[in-house]
Design a protein around this ligand. Structure first.
Ligand SMILES: Nc1ncnc2c1ncn2[C@@H]1O[C@H](COP(=O)(O)OP(=O)(O)OP(=O)(O)O)[C@@H](O)[C@H]1O
Ligand SMILES: [Mg+2]
Length: 368
């Protein structure tokens, strides 16, 4: 087990900058998730830590050891790739045991560890099969098992659940979290799935275009996103974003007025006529509810229902503002009956409103 430190790591491929000045330190034993859209540099960071890629500049430490010039096989790191590779001529048990055989651990210990790992990943009935006799999801779990059995000082996992179907992905995600709680091995996990990021991480690193956007605990990033990119990336359905013009007493949103709570007004220095992006999460929009606090008065928008998606426990509504093509996501109770074309009033909890700079995307309110 080890801490990991990246100091000003950069990686260029000819004229493409894959990662730009990345610095963070992962304390020993923590589970960190790198998240961001395709091409933002997640795999490149992981491959650099594994030693499969070398940084153009910057320093990488695992434990207290500078690793830049240490070959991959001497880093005591186990990596599971997006495109995992199993040894086709070996059984599941032999694949899981592979890294242990290489280290000349005694056979009894190897046997025990293979069985324990196989059980934790629901593979124990498949131990004698060859990889081509397995489904894609089973193969992927064998690749995970091989990494786990080694008990390295660092796990690097690159979208390890992406080939699994939805149910298996949820189960394996929970198994991974439990395994981490038991083994306590420092883990860096790459995904573009914000649910995996939120559920697994001690800390999330949100990346975009090779740059760190924000680092923090899942709930604090969710509650206090640093900018519009982070705000809309974490959360499902995503945060609603409305373009608005400041009017002095409130915001003009496609011809409708949202009155700003006095404490927001007091904290901001907005110029009338200026454009902003307003953000509100679906769970902070209500229908048919009287304003519960004074601040909520003036937080109403009239919309037209476009799409109704019943999900059982709740219903997801997509609604547009008259005269605008922007669709708002609204979560309402499962029993609510609405139809496309219905007009209704939405109550926005203005205490939960975000204001973003319309050119930089930086969060202006709430203050960080
Ligand atoms: N060997 C390479 N040569 C040239 N460009 C590369 C190379 N590897 C990666 N890149 C570029 O670097 C950027 C980051 O790639 P990377 O694979 O790290 O993204 P990612 O965040 O893992 O994306 P995904 O979610 O699609 O896996 C991309 O623009 C990619 O095209
Ligand atoms: Mg990748």
């Amino acid at each position: 087990m080890a801490k990991v430190l990246l100091e000003n790591i950069k990686r260029r491929f000819n004229n493409v900058t894959a990662i730009e000045d990345i610095t963070f330190e992962i304390p020993d034993g923590e589970f960190w998730v790198l998240v961001g859209p395709s091409g933002c540099g997640k795999s490149t960071i992981l491959r650099t830590i594994a030693g499969l890629e070398s940084a153009t500049s910057g320093k990488l430490f695992i434990g207290d050891r500078l690793m830049n010039d240490i070959p991959a096989r001497q880093r005591d790191v186990a990596m599971v790739f997006q495109n995992y590779a199993l040894y086709p001529h070996m059984t599941v048990a032999q694949n899981i045991a592979f890294g242990l055989q290489m280290r000349k651990i005694d056979q009894k210990t190897i046997q025990e560890r293979v069985v324990t790992v196989a059980r934790s990943l629901s593979l124990e009935h498949l131990l004698d099969r060859k990889p081509k006799q397995l489904s894609g999801g089973q193969q992927q779990r064998v690749a995970l098992g091989r990494a786990i059995a080694r008990q390295p000082q660092l796990f690097l996992l690159d979208e390890p659940l992406s080939n699994l179907d939805a149910q298996l992905r949820d189960d394996t995600r929970a198994e991974l979290k439990q395994l981490h709680q038991e083994l306590g091995i420092t883990t860096i996990y790459v995904t573009h799935d914000q649910v995996e990021a939120m559920t697994l991480a001690d800390k999330i690193v949100v990346l975009n275009r090779g740059r760190i956007q924000q680092i923090g605990e899942p709930q604090s990033i969710y509650a206090r996103p640093a900018n519009l990119m982070v705000a809309t990336f974490l959360g499902n359905p995503p945060m609603n974003v409305l373009s608005a013009i400041y009017q002095g007493n409130g915001f003009d949103v496609s011809g409708q007025l949202l009155t700003i709570p006095p404490d927001v007004q007091g904290n901001l220095n907005l110029a009338p006529g200026q454009s902003f992006n307003l953000g509100i999460r679906p769970e902070h929009i209500y229908i048919n509810e009287p304003p519960r606090r004074r601040q909520e008065e003036g937080g109403e928008l009239t919309v037209e229902v476009k799409v109704v998606e019943p999900l059982g426990r709740e219903t997801l509504i997509r609604a547009s503002l008259p005269g605008s093509s922007v669709l708002l996501n609204v979560q309402v109770g499962g029993g609510v009956r609405l139809h496309p074309g219905d007009r209704m009033k939405l109550q926005l909890d203005l205490n939960q409103l975000f204001i973003f700079d319309s050119s930089t995307g930086e969060t202006l309110y709430p203050l960080m």
